[in-house]
Design a protein around this ligand. Structure first.
Ligand SMILES: Cc1ncc(C[n+]2csc(CCOP(=O)(O)OP(=O)(O)O)c2C)c(N)n1
Ligand SMILES: [Mg+2]
Length: 359
């Protein structure tokens, strides 16, 4: 017997090529819906750019842009029904917008306090602790299965998160208990400065599914139609009792990891340019214009309207009171232990000291 490298040889599923030509079967979507999803991609991009600008003005916290990843972010949430759960990292703010979380709530959350999202959105707050949201999604889906509710949960994480125990435990449980969950890896090529190749020797992250008994798909993450199609099928599989799916969306983080990062120190600009040429928003725009579903003028009007909507939401978020530095203690426990009370006093002392120092 010889031990061979098993390479699934997967190629990413695509419906729309880089030029915006159809190379596969379109998912069933009305023109109205396609235009709404295209607008959601622009909203995600404009929202992301706005929070970066606010951070630069000292009016928002550290923030990780989603630019370049709009097709995955929108496409993964679009097939979900209102009762379906969504658990994300910090990178998928457009998914939350599609699910109904208000723009101003999201912008305010980058002022330092994540106000609760409306219950009916069925979204957990963004998760910064890498990979933790994946077992949360599995747990939510498992609860729905036990209750007999036709509810699906989608958990989304990055390529870096696949090296965490949480990711593997989520997959294992999902497979063993045939949980109605879709686990999505948004592979954007980087985990801060760690490249994809250093994350795993597996030929793809999707290839890891079968080892857990979980069917998987590799999809072009810059192709809205392909992401939508794959997610639609995976969600319906889960809803009809056919079990979990692992989806890897192949995309790229064209910007910095966060506002606290400078990627020019660890990656080649030529690689970034090559990915910019595959821009997901431009790709869908090309399709819409070629198909006479959108004119250049309508496109510009849409971009202007999105910009105005984001500015209104930002004004609303900025008009809310800035959270007190110790406000988060109010939400961690009903009764603070003596140790937490002491920590709160320390923090207030430090914050007052800082403010006085600045004057
Ligand atoms: C458990 C944990 N370890 C480390 C970090 C620090 N950290 C923040 S983002 C990040 C990289 C995550 O990369 P990836 O999963 O690919 O997501 P991306 O930022 O690319 O969307 C790390 C290591 C963290 N937040 N949580
Ligand atoms: Mg990543």
């Amino acid at each position: 017997m010889t031990i061979q490298q098993i390479d699934s040889g997967m190629t990413a599923y695509q419906i729309l090529d880089v030029e915006g030509n159809l190379v596969g079967a379109m998912p069933k979507l009305s023109t109205e819906r396609i235009l709404a999803l295209y607008r959601a991609m622009h909203l995600g991009r404009a929202l992301s750019n706005k929070v970066v600008a606010l951070q630069r003005q000292g009016r928002a916290t550290t923030f990780g842009s989603l630019v370049g990843q709009e097709a995955t972010s929108v496409g993964l949430a679009a097939p979900l029904q209102p009762q379906d759960w969504l658990t994300t990292s910090y990178r998928e703010i457009a998914s939350l917008v599609v699910k109904g979380v208000p723009l101003s709530t999201l912008i305010y959350s980058f002022r330092g306090f994540t106000a609760p999202y409306p219950k009916e959105t069925h979204c957990l707050p963004i998760q910064i602790v890498i990979g933790t949201q994946m077992p949360h999604a599995v747990g939510l889906a498992m609860a729905a299965k036990i209750a007999g509710d036709p509810v699906v949960a989608v958990g989304v994480c990055g390529d870096g998160a696949t090296s965490e125990g949480d990711f593997n435990e989520a997959l294992n449980f999902a497979g063993a208990f045939q949980v109605p969950v879709v686990l999505v890896v948004q592979n954007n090529g980087w985990a801060i400065s760690v490249p994809r190749a250093r994350q795993s020797a597996a030929s793809s992250f999707a290839a890891r599914g079968p080892g857990f008994g979980v069917p998987s798909v590799l999809v072009d993450g810059n192709d809205l139609f392909a992401v939508y199609d794959v997610m639609q099928q995976a969600v319906e599989r889960a809803r009809s009792g056919q079990g979990p799916t692992l989806v890897e969306a192949l995309t790229y983080r064209t910007g910095a990891h966060t506002t606290a990062d400078d990627p020019t120190s660890y990656r080649d600009e030529a690689d970034v340019e090559a990915w910019r040429a595959k821009d997901p928003v431009v790709r869908l725009q090309r399709f819409l214009i070629k198909s006479n579903l959108l004119t250049e003028e309508q496109n510009q009007a849409l971009i202007d309207a999105v910009e105005a909507e984001i500015n209104r939401a930002a004004d609303e978020a900025l008009a809310q009171p800035v959270p007190a530095p110790d406000a988060f203690f109010d939400y961690t426990a009903a009764n603070l232990s003596p140790r937490l009370q002491a920590q709160r006093q320390d923090l207030l002392h430090y914050a007052t000291h800082q403010q006085n120092g600045r004057r």
